[in-house]
Design a binder for this molecule. Structure first.
Ligand code: HEM
Length: 398
């Protein structure tokens, strides 16, 4: 099949101005697979159909480690800084396959399972109430800066055992490094040593406390008994901290817009099945538009397109969530799929339910000062987060 290049969603004019850029539906309607060019001239295959996406995310012929398919001049493999502990190309679970992936995921997965998190719910709710008390002092608030960012950083800090200021610094500088800019852009160059400084701070402080019961403690114990290298502990702490922030902030924000506008969703959230409200939000409005990329290790056929070894493949999640054939089970790919499926889903759901319930119980007449359609979205291939969500806290029961 001859393959025409499609528009890359990242390059469309409404990518920063629309909650659901038109290109998501255009691509979903015009075929299951598209050839696009990602920033940095990286060619990639983009899957927009649900069943093909699910199968591909589980296909053992695809790998996550770009070095395994690196060839001279490969636009992805050659950009990786070899063995660099805190870079996007570091030894994180996002870039590793097979035994290495399983070994590290086992260390971190334990803390993030539904059963481990059952006891975290009161802690998350206490942080929500603390933030609500703080914003209640004024009649207006920016729900990003004044509510979602500090809430999510507080939760990460407590659960991971990272001091809140280190957690905030890791999120700020790390999000930049995970962003779409060129590795030599001044912002990136500046962010790197600051990220390393914050990571070192968190690890040094962590090592000085014995008998700790948190994720950082697990990483340090695994490092001490040889299950993790120091670089792996560091780069995975960075990945986890960064990955746990923006998508949750994005989901909470979208939830605010939904619940504010839809009285049925509000009744369900406050008096019915709040988990179902968040699940449908995840399906209809995925906070991250793309799965992580995977690379073909051998020639493959993708819905009639010839994929060559080394080619990058991604799923366009909002499109794949929509294109479900009749009779196919519900659900969504908002947390990706296969062995790299997001390990943070339970935590994200707990935080979002607690945040939305707390906000709308405390401020039943909350109004958006800027309509949802006018929000400005920041982010490239990763989470798309509204720049600000100004609200009026009218009718507040203070
Ligand atoms: C609503 C919130 C979230 C969304 C929508 C989300 C979505 C995703 C997606 C789409 C992936 C890529 C999966 C793939 O390529 O198949 C991913 C990976 C990942 N996420 Fe999340 N995520 C969220 C929250 C979190 C949280 C709270 C954490 C940490 C506590 C987290 C940690 C990770 C990690 C470590 C990976 C890499 C997993 C691997 O490659 O094995 N995420 N997430």
């Amino acid at each position: 099949m001859t393959t025409q290049a499609a528009r890359c969603p990242l390059h469309t004019s409404d990518y920063t101005t629309s909650p659901h850029p038109a290109v998501f539906d255009e691509l979903a309607d015009s075929g299951p697979v598209h050839r696009i060019s990602l920033p940095g001239e990286v060619p990639a295959w983009l899957i927009t159909e649900r069943e093909l996406a699910e199968r591909t995310l589980r296909d053992p012929r695809l790998v996550k480690d770009p070095m395994r398919v690196a060839r001279y001049g490969h636009p992805v493999g050659s950009r990786r800084v070899p063995d660099d502990f805190a870079s996007v190309g570091g030894r994180t679970i996002m870039n590793l396959d097979g035994d290495d992936h399983v070994r590290i995921r086992r260390v971190i997965g334990r803390r993030l399972s539904a059963s481990a998190l059952a006891t975290a719910q009161p802690m998350v709710e206490a942080f929500v109430h603390h933030r609500l008390d703080t914003i209640a002092r004024n009649d207006t608030a920016d729900l990003i800066e004044d509510f979602a960012v500090p809430l999510v950083t507080d939760v990460i800090g407590r659960l991971f055992g990272v001091r809140a200021d280190f957690a905030r610094a890791i999120v700020t500088h790390g999000s930049k490094l995970f962003g779409p800019q060129h590795p030599e852009a001044p912002d990136m160059v500046e962010a790197y040593p600051l990220l390393v400084q914050a990571l070192n701070g968190a690890l040094d402080e962590g090592s000085s406390k014995e008998g700790r019961d948190d994720l950082l403690g697990d990483l340090l114990i695994a490092q001490r008994d040889g299950r993790l290298r120091k670089r792996e502990a560091m780069s995975n702490l960075a990945l986890l901290t960064i990955a746990a922030a923006d998508p949750v902030i994005a989901l909470i924000s979208r939830g605010v817009a939904l619940v504010q506008a839809d009285s049925h969703a509000r009744t369900e959230l406050l008096h019915g099945d709040a988990d179902a409200v968040v699940e449908s939000l995840l399906r209809e409005q995925p906070p991250i538009p793309f799965t992580g990329w995977r690379f073909a290790t051998e020639p493959m056929d993708l819905a009639g397109h010839s994929v060559a070894p080394g080619d990058a493949i991604l799923v366009l999640i909002p499109a794949a969530n929509r294109t479900v054939n009749p009779g196919y089970r519900q659900g969504h790919l908002s947390f990706g799929g296969g062995v790299h499926r997001c390990p943070g889903g339970h935590l994200a759901r707990i935080e979002t339910v607690a945040a939305l319930r707390g906000l709308f119980s405390r401020f039943p007449d909350l109004q958006l000062e800027l309509p949802f359609e006018k929000w400005v979205w920041v982010g490239g291939i990763g989470p798309r987060v509204p720049e600000r969500v100004p609200v009026l806290l009218t009718g507040a029961a203070r």
